[in-house]
Design a protein around this ligand. Structure first.
Ligand code: ZN
Length: 318
């Protein structure tokens, strides 16, 4: 298995972030923890019912975050997969809940509905027959017939696709699959679920656009799957030997082990192991129900909990 593991973005209000991704999009909050590099801030993970790699979108919410600007070297859009006949449901839901969206359009033969969250994060839903076969999380109000299944693709804005493509094809297992206008689609995986669970990266070549600026509404990094520590080491070696790109030392992220590097267009990439997964410190049934901390922060739990902005919306508004 390969492809995307998760996408991590920067949000404004933590309560607003939870209200949008759980209550509007119906994703499962699979983990409440803190940014291990900045324990005063939340790290919220959303995904399918068990936090499958390829379904995960995570956020670092900063209450006072300035808005970001999409540009070269950034992720321009994150696209979720929904069942083939679901876009009518989602269009009505977005109208009812005042979510800004664009009319559906065809991309690579798929019907895509693009929209934005409250921070301006650019998102979309792609209607795919492959999504119909997978179960959807229904615990947060969207019925299984329309629920988001996983991440269909991310779109990177690049000045020239060649060097970014070389990272995808030379080290991460992707192959060029199609071109449409200024967008080059790269795919990985032969499983039937690959298109629904992180199997595509689109490179959009944008020439006269300013570099992006990180802020609320920006994707911070994109993580790719490694089946094991050995597979991760092999991907790092391929990056170094074929492309002269060095990854960081491996870091323990509790739910996966990661190395990081910046791809040639400027997007931060991570390679994350599938193991140990999100059920390592709580059960599948209780995922996301309480604040989880790594062992090295557990002694500071009371202070950390007091400092974190409230997740409850009514509380936050007060
Ligand atoms: Zn990450």
């Amino acid at each position: 298995m390969s492809g995307l593991h998760h996408v991590t973005a920067i949000a404004g209000s933590a309560a607003g972030n939870l209200a949008f991704y759980r209550d509007v999009l119906g994703l499962r909050l699979i983990k409440q923890t803190v940014n291990f590099d900045d324990p005063g801030t939340h790290h919220l993970y959303f995904g399918d019912h068990q936090g499958s790699p390829g379904s995960i979108l995570t956020f670092f919410p900063h209450e006072q975050a300035a808005p970001g600007r999409i540009g070269v070297g950034q992720v321009g859009e994150t696209v979720f997969a929904v069942p083939k006949a679901s876009l009518g449901f989602w269009t009505e839901r977005f109208i009812a809940l005042s979510v800004p969206f664009n009319p559906p359009e065809k991309r690579f033969g798929e019907t895509v509905l693009s929209f934005q969250d409250r921070d301006g994060t650019r998102l979309a839903l792609a209607a795919l027959a492959e999504a119909d076969a997978l179960p959807g999380w229904t615990g947060d109000g969207v019925g299984t017939e329309h629920a988001i299944r996983g991440i269909r693709s991310v779109t990177l804005w690049v000045a020239s696709s060649d060097r970014s493509a070389a990272v995808l094809t030379g080290a991460l297992g992707f192959r060029e699959a199609a071109r449409e206008g200024n967008v080059v689609r790269h795919q990985v995986g032969t499983e039937a679920t690959a298109p629904v669970m992180g199997g595509a990266v689109d490179l959009r070549i944008v020439s006269d656009v300013l570099p992006g600026r990180m802020g609320a509404g920006s994707v911070h990094h994109v993580a790719f799957r490694a089946a094991s520590d050995e597979a991760q080491a092999a991907m790092s070696a391929a990056l170094s030997n074929r492309l002269g790109i060095q990854t960081t030392e491996q870091m323990d992220r509790c739910y996966f082990r990661s190395v990081y590097f910046r791809e040639p267009s400027g997007v931060i990439f991570e390679i994350a192991t599938d193991a140990p997964g999100f059920a390592t410190d709580e059960t599948i049934e209780t995922l996301g129900s309480d604040l989880r901390l790594p062992a090295w922060l557990e002694g500071r739990r009371a202070d950390i909990k007091r400092a974190l902005p409230p997740l409850d919306a009514a509380h936050a508004a007060a």
